[in-house]
Design a protein around this ligand. Structure first.
Ligand code: GDP
Length: 294
């Protein structure tokens, strides 16, 4: 991913490279090209405008017109602004109190169940006793999928295949987890193909019942602008703590990674880059910006 965006931004900035003297017209047209590259990558229009306005102001403020190497200066400015846009620092998940409860939310197919397995493995590797909870009451296959993943990563899975009450399952799972001395309880919830009221009510009720320490919203980065809209809807309702961007190994254009933080004001905490259980990384805004600038 980011190949297109990366090559367009690099091309836009090439016109300034090696130039001893540039004019404000040169800067304006380069910034305009960067804005276009961002929008082509599915970055939200407002976000693209705001960041490029800032890049321009910053460039002028730093007197790019009389810089020895204006191209180099602009690369640095764009890098800094991309990092700021994506949230600057790495954000860890909150694992207090004990047991910590992590609620996983998102649309069906976004990669929730896969991520739940990955997170379980990630936390287990750091020495924590983890419980996975299957709270998707609509898709029996989801329970089996979580059980398979649990077995694969060596983590217990709590499920009640006959129970159709997600709140009850979640509450029972909390009691079970406490009894078994679990330190982290990861609750995988049901998702629909589109946001609907019944789904939102259900997950909000689960949230109220188990009071999670951390709510992670999982979203497929390939869905571009839709990813951002869905994030907004979930955040308005759940006030989640962080975002997990999945399928970054695909040919996503990058818009979701660049816009989500700005639109919902919540950090991206993890990125998922494949179907295997170890294809999970913490999100580093700095590394992502470097990837974008090639
Ligand atoms: P859920 O409905 O939200 O629980 O989604 P799943 O976890 O079942 O994932 C839906 C599909 O996407 C499955 O085929 C997963 O293997 C796949 N998937 C999940 N995360 C990733 C990822 O980061 N990269 C790729 N390529 N596929 C993924």
């Amino acid at each position: 991913m980011f190949e297109n965006l990366s090559s367009k931004i690099t091309t836009a900035m090439r016109t300034l490279k090696g130039k001893g003297r540039i004019t404000d017209v040169n800067v304006a047209s380069t910034v305009k090209e960067i804005r276009k590259a961002l929008m082509d990558a599915d970055v939200n229009y407002k976000v693209a405008k705001e960041i490029t306005d800032r890049i321009k102001d910053e460039a002028m403020g730093q007197q790019i017109l009389i810089a020895v190497d204006p191209g180099q200066m602009l690369v640095k400015i764009v890098h800094e602004e991309l990092v700021k846009l994506m949230g600057s620092s790495v954000q860890a998940i909150n694992l207090k109190p004990d047991p910590a409860v992590v609620l996983i939310a998102g649309l069906q197919g976004s990669g929730k169940t896969t991520f739940s397995g990955k997170l379980a493995q990630y936390l287990k590797k750091s020495g924590r006793n983890v419980l996975l909870v299957a709270c998707d009451i609509y898709r029996p296959a989801a329970i089996d999928q979580l059980k398979v993943l649990g077995e694969q990563v060596g983590v217990d899975v709590y499920a009640e295949p006959e129970n159709k009450n997600a709140i009850e399952i979640a509450q029972n799972a909390m009691a079970y987890g406490r009894k078994m001395g679990k330190r982290v309880i990861i609750v995988d919830t049901a998702g629909r193909l589109a946001v609907d009221e019944a789904m939102m009510n259900e997950i909000a009720a689960v949230k109220d019942a188990i009071k999670p320490s951390e709510i992670l919203f999982v979203v497929d980065s390939m869905t571009g602008q839709d990813a951002v809209n869905t994030a907004k809807t979930f955040n308005d309702r759940l006030n989640f703590d962080g975002v997990v961007l999945t399928k970054l190994d695909g040919d996503a254009r990058g818009g979701a990674a660049l816009s989500i933080r700005h639109i919902v004001d919540k950090p991206i905490k993890f990125i998922s880059t494949g179907e295997k259980m170890d294809a999970l990384d913490q999100f580093y805004p700095d590394r992502m910006a470097s990837r974008i600038l090639g």
